[in-house]
Design a binder for this molecule. Structure first.
Ligand code: DAH
Length: 339
């Protein structure tokens, strides 16, 4: 009998199974009531008493080893056998909806990127401002209509606590902190007390630009803006500067680009002129330099300001500014970009 047991011990050591079903078959073969190990226990009852001690010991070892081996095989199967776990590990995963950047962020980042290539840094300033930074230091005469309640949101009863109406206020803060040469752009949110329509909103975004150094000329301004227009709207884009007025620049201009839709032939977007206005600009008024302690005999500079909504609407042919603020996923998910 000892020989039989030892043979089975060897046999059990070598067992293997390719599936959970095969493991079950092995269990039946060795450990079920009719299985070979159980059979040996039956046979054990019949042997001579003086042999029982020795044989019993080996038989128990066989039983334990057989049980352990079957358990081991079963475990190995449950971690690899897909049908045993009830999962199909080759099935494609659930696709989670991916967010995308807001179109205004995409375009803002692109503007920052384009000017970074020309050496412009980025700076930001507060949205809640005072009269000095939004108007006085930018050469607005005291009676200027832009200070009127029509345009400016006043918060609190103190008339000197206002929401900035343009990012030009950051120019002032920048000049307070640093002496020329200065070259930076200032993106941010601005607020105007205006009725909301397809073309206007009371909250919108601007990017302001400022470059002050020795010998900065209007030609530098023009070349910088031409580079920007071509980078943003395509190599074939043309620019046109029209004389204009801003209190903080002299001379001042507004810049048009050739219509992005018809390429200058005339269409609804450009109202059949072939041109669309995208920004205001000019040479920084000496009064602005002086009120910020920059010597206007030594330094000159240019500045420009543009609305991010306007640029975005032209670039993506969006007809209604309100779409930017409605958080409609059907609108937002159309914008995917590297920026
Ligand atoms: N701040 C002006 C606005 O909000 C835009 C602007 C025009 C900014 C000319 C400038 C500039 O820096 O030179 O309409």
């Amino acid at each position: 009998m000892l020989d039989k047991i030892n043979k089975l011990v060897e046999e059990v050591k070598e067992l293997s199974a390719a599936s959970a079903e095969e493991v079950e078959q092995l269990r039946i073969k060795y450990l079920s009531k009719k299985g070979s190990v159980s059979q040996l226990f039956e046979e054990f009852k019949t042997i001579a008493n003086e042999q029982k001690r020795e044989v019993g010991k080996v038989l128990n070892v066989l039983k334990t080893q057989a049980q352990e081996k079957i358990n081991e095989l079963r475990e190995a199967q449950s971690s690899t056998d897909q049908s045993a776990s009830g999962m199909d590990l080759s099935a494609p995963g659930t696709v989670l909806p991916m967010g995308s950047r807001h179109p205004l962020s995409i375009v803002k980042n692109e503007i920052v990127d384009i000017f970074a290539r020309l050496g412009f840094n980025v700076a930001v300033g507060p949205e809640i401002e005072d009269d000095h930074h939004v108007f006085t230091a930018l050469n607005f005469p005291p009676e200027h209509p832009a200070r009127d309640m029509q345009d400016t949101f006043f918060i609190a009863t103190n008339p000197d606590v206002i929401l900035r109406t343009h990012t030009s206020s950051v120019q002032v803060r920048f000049m307070e902190k640093q002496q020329p040469p200065l070259r930076a752009i200032f993106p941010g949110r601005v607020f105007r007390n205006e009725a909301i329509s397809a073309r206007a909103h009371c909250i919108f975004h601007q990017v302001e630009g400022l470059y002050i150094d020795k010998n900065v000329s209007f030609a530098d301004l023009k070349q910088t803006l031409l580079y920007f227009a071509k980078e943003m709207f395509g190599e074939e884009t043309k620019i046109r500067l029209r004389p204009s007025y801003f209190p903080f620049t002299e001379p001042s201009a507004e810049m048009d680009i050739s219509c992005t839709l018809c390429g200058g032939k005339g269409c609804n977007v450009c109202k059949h002129t072939g041109w669309v206005e995208i920004l205001g600009c000019g040479m920084v008024d000496p009064n602005v330099l002086e009120s910020n302690n920059i010597n206007s005999e030594e330094y000159t500079g240019f500045a420009f300001g543009m609305g991010i909504e306007r640029i975005t609407m032209l670039k993506y042919q969006i007809k209604d500014i309100r779409l930017f603020f409605e958080n409609d996923v059907r609108f937002l998910k159309q914008f995917e970009s590297a920026y």
